[in-house]
Design a protein around this ligand. Structure first.
Ligand code: ATP
Length: 355
């Protein structure tokens, strides 16, 4: 059992609160991504789980044990940093085996486990090469090998792919996920990259100024963002917001935006009068001549498989992801319609989704 439970975790540096009252559970074998912009408290959360930083409040349980005040070395975890130093004077085999050697594991057992680990990472053909001549992806695999050879209960990773170029990153994202599928170690992975988080994680915690805005599966986060912040952070281009002022009764299915009636999911409760925003993902927009919600083509970005077309409406710019075939002329007027059951509604004052 290697469940990680974080209860009301808090960390202040003097007057500055880096992590505020965070609670979540990473189930045994689950992959959690801590996602958010620079400075939102991801690394601080991870360092507290690792035992590298003492919390100001709250607690941490690993596999049911309270480890809040235990030293890092007393927690059965492996920490993979962004910039990990491999030992340049040692070959791949020695680099991977080093943690076992320092634990006093017998030589034959080290050999067996290093070879098993190298096979898992598909680097068994370079075991006797020097690490100094290796390419970025292979170096990363050696570093991973060194982390997994001990078979820790949990992996904590802080932007491990941060220094790789885009092409290697894509490969490593796939490899890390496949590795996880094979070894099922409970993992917490810090990243500011939504694509990494969406592609790898079973659950994502989206952080903002030390607060977890939403903790859910990638699909829930994408399809049912809990706040405008999450809706804006996830998706590229992000969700469009069409702002309007209204009070709406329970059961309402129509929002009046820029003088046009727009169909939306049925409201489950009354919504008090105020500033609201209808959230629509670019891929849920269609151009339809009959729609009274109109705008002018502002620009188009051809992406090969599809295109992002920007439309200037009375309420601001709206981005639509459309099939690539048609080309559009700047300034042409178009009507916009939306896939009604895929829309979200937000309260602009609190920024929270209206369920
Ligand atoms: P990044 O990706 O830039 O590392 P992050 O989301 O991981 O961002 P943290 O490193 O957890 O953010 O930092 C959260 C906030 O706490 C930042 O504003 C940072 O300046 C502050 N902070 C972190 N460590 C300390 C420290 N030892 N003393 C003072 N402030 C700190």
């Amino acid at each position: 059992m290697a469940e990680i439970r974080v209860d009301h975790l808090r960390k202040a540096f003097g007057d500055f609160v880096a992590v505020q009252d965070s609670s979540f559970t990473v189930e045994d074998g689950e992959f959690l991504a801590l996602l958010g912009p620079s400075g939102c408290g991801k690394t601080t959360t991870l360092r507290m789980i690792a035992g590298l930083e003492l919390p100001t409040g709250g607690g941490i349980h690993l596999g049911g044990d309270d480890v809040t005040y235990k030293r890092a070395s007393e927690r059965d975890i492996a920490f993979v940093f962004q910039l990990f130093a491999l030992y340049p004077h040692m070959n791949v085999r020695k680099n991977i085996g080093f943690p076992l050697l320092s634990q006093g594991v017998p030589k034959a057992e080290i050999k067996r486990r290093v070879e098993e680990t190298a096979k898992l990472l598909q680097i068994d053909h370079i075991l006797d090469k020097s690490v100094s001549g290796l390419a970025g992806g292979d170096r990363q695999r050696v570093a991973l090998g060194r982390a997994i050879v001990r078979r820790p209960k949990c992996f904590l990773m802080d932007e491990p792919l941060g220094t790789l170029d885009a092409e290697f990153r894509d490969v490593m994202v796939r490899e890390l996920r496949e590795l996880h599928n094979r070894i099922h170690a409970t993992t917490v992975y810090v990243t500011h990259d939504q694509i990494e988080a969406m592609a790898m994680a079973d659950k994502i915690a989206v952080m903002n100024h030390g607060i977890i805005e939403q903790f859910a599966t990638p699909r829930e986060i994408y399809n049912r963002p809990a706040s405008m912040y999450v809706a804006d952070f996830i998706g590229s281009p992000p969700m469009n917001f069409l702002r309007f002022s209204a009070g709406l009764p329970k059961g309402a299915r129509i929002a009046r935006i820029d003088g046009a009636d727009v169909q939306m999911p049925e409201l489950r409760a009354d919504v008090a009068p105020g500033e609201l925003a209808l959230g629509v993902r670019p891929e849920h927009i269609r151009f339809s001549d009959a729609s009274p919600l109109r705008g002018a083509i502002y620009g188009a970005e051809y992406l090969g498989t599809n295109q992002i077309v920007t439309v200037e409406t009375a309420g601001g710019l709206v981005r639509a992801r459309l099939p690539a075939e048609r080309s559009y002329r700047i300034g042409d007027r178009v009507g916009l319609s939306f896939v009604a059951d895929r829309l979200s509604l937000f309260d602009c004052r609190s920024g929270r989704a209206i369920p």
